[in-house]
Write a protein that binds this ligand. Structure first.
Ligand SMILES: Cc1cc2nc3c(=O)[nH]c(=O)nc-3n(C[C@H](O)[C@H](O)[C@H](O)COP(=O)(O)OP(=O)(O)OC[C@H]3O[C@@H](n4cnc5c(N)ncnc54)[C@H](O)[C@@H]3O)c2cc1C
Length: 386
């Protein structure tokens, strides 16, 4: 058993850490304040060769493992969880999912521009009335000759306002429930697709989120992924990988808050001593360190498992483990970000100090990719075989 990262992983971690310190940290506060995606960032990320990090080289990707993707996400999140979230929706929810589930022809067509950073990817599952109950999607696709006519609304879609390619979940046989779901590759230029609203958020500002509308949207038959009524396979394997992956964002947020807190505890003087000399502050720092190390183990282990499993779903070890990883890391990040604000006192409540941004950003990790409640349900059902 070896708990160390490989040479390759360490080199990648180092290069993304340097990039984030130079290019991401300096603009993180501004994009949060203005809720604006930074022009040129996509190209800069593309130049790093990470837009299709886990995609096979044959389709323009880097052919790296999920662990590499987690390390990139963790490092980006330490500077800007917003940029990390958008990159993740593109590189994991969209490109990685296509790499696993799309046909050779589909991959040849859609993956190269995504991997080069010329196109932006997204995933459209959630609807206004289908969130935790994801298999209850109401968007309907009806086959008419060589295409499907799709009608429905998608909600809370990361990168929705700017996406070129969206993995879209629909119902093709409502009466079959989960077995009537079909996944499509949607080109946002298809007639009948529109962005109805860019949504305003209190965290992850700068990562654009949208409500999307499909009104008699025509999607060619060749854009069905895996097969008609087989969307549940795409959805379930994708969700397990997504949970293992996004735990890395929570870990990055917690680490950033820890580093800022240690620095502040050394510098801030009250009662003639740095506040780090007070045992109540020391206890918070010690707890942060301990929880982060526990979270890291779970996060990296789930990432390795999810990669080996090449998917997941009910009854697999990764189903339980990826839920446990994001459950623990998300709640840890929210708790640590809250404690970081506490250590910063009144200054922590001021917009000039980044800890409040991390606190607002951390909350999403307890909601997106299945809420904490749903993650607990999944873990318990797997353990109890129910
Ligand atoms: C900023 C942001 C970005 C997102 N990005 C994407 C994206 O890119 N693509 C995408 O498809 N979706 C995305 N989502 C959607 C996200 O996955 C959903 O918000 C999430 O799954 C929860 O669904 P909901 O918001 O409808 O909450 P609901 O399902 O309505 O849940 C409300 C509350 O009820 C609880 N609850 C529900 N069912 C149960 C139950 N059976 N037992 C106990 N408690 C329960 C929930 O845990 C929660 O506390 C995003 C959301 C946000 C906020």
């Amino acid at each position: 058993m070896d708990f160390n990262l490989s040479e390759q992983h360490l080199m990648l971690q180092d290069s993304i850490r340097n990039f984030a310190a130079k290019e991401v940290w300096p603009i993180a506060e501004e994009i949060d304040a203005e809720d604006k995606w930074p022009e040129g960032m996509w190209q800069k990320l593309g130049n790093l060769g990470i837009m299709g990090i886990t995609v096979d080289e044959e389709y323009g990707g880097a052919g790296a493992d999920l662990m590499s993707a987690v390390l990139v996400l963790e490092e980006l999140s330490k500077s800007s969880p917003s940029i990390a979230l958008s990159w993740g929706a593109h590189a994991n929810l969209c490109a990685n999912n296509l790499n696993h589930n799309a046909s050779h022809e589909q991959k040849k067509k859609y993956l190269p521009p995504l991997c080069e950073g010329r196109h932006i990817g997204a995933l459209g599952l959630t609807e206004p009335n289908a969130g935790s109950d994801a298999v209850n999607v109401q968007t309907v696709a009806v086959r008419k000759g060589d295409h499907y006519v799709v009608n429905g609304t998608k909600m809370f879609i990361t990168n929705g306002p700017v996406a070129d390619t969206i993995i879209l979940y629909t119902k093709t046989a409502k009466e079959k429930g989960a077995k009537g779901i079909t996944a499509f590759i949607l080109d946002t230029k298809f007639p009948g697709f529109s962005v109805s609203k860019k949504l305003r958020k209190y965290g992850h500002r700068g990562s654009p989120t949208a409500e999307l509308v499909l009104e008699d949207c025509r999607i060619p038959v060749e854009n069905v992924m895996v097969g008609e009524n087989r969307g549940i396979e795409v959805m379930m394997s994708g969700l397990d990988v997504e949970r293992a992956f996004y735990a890395g964002e929570a870990l990055g947020i917690a680490e950033a808050c820890f580093e800022l807190s240690v620095k502040y505890a050394r510098e801030r003087v009250q009662f003639g001593r740095p506040i780090g000399a007070f045992q109540l502050i020391q206890a918070k720092i010690a707890d942060m360190y301990t929880y982060i190390e526990a979270g890291r183990m779970l996060c990296y282990r789930a990432a390795v498992f999810a990669d080996k499993a090449k998917g997941g779903g009910k009854g697999t070890e990764v189903h339980k483990l990826s839920s446990a990883s994001i459950l623990f890391n998300a709640e840890m990040a929210a708790r640590i970000a809250d404690q970081a604000v506490q250590i910063h006192g009144g200054y922590g409540y001021m917009l000039e100090y980044p800890v409040q941004r991390f606190l607002r950003d951390a909350k999403l990790l307890e909601i997106g990719a299945g809420t904490s409640e749903i993650r607990r349900l999944i873990i318990a059902r797997e353990i109890l075989s129910m």
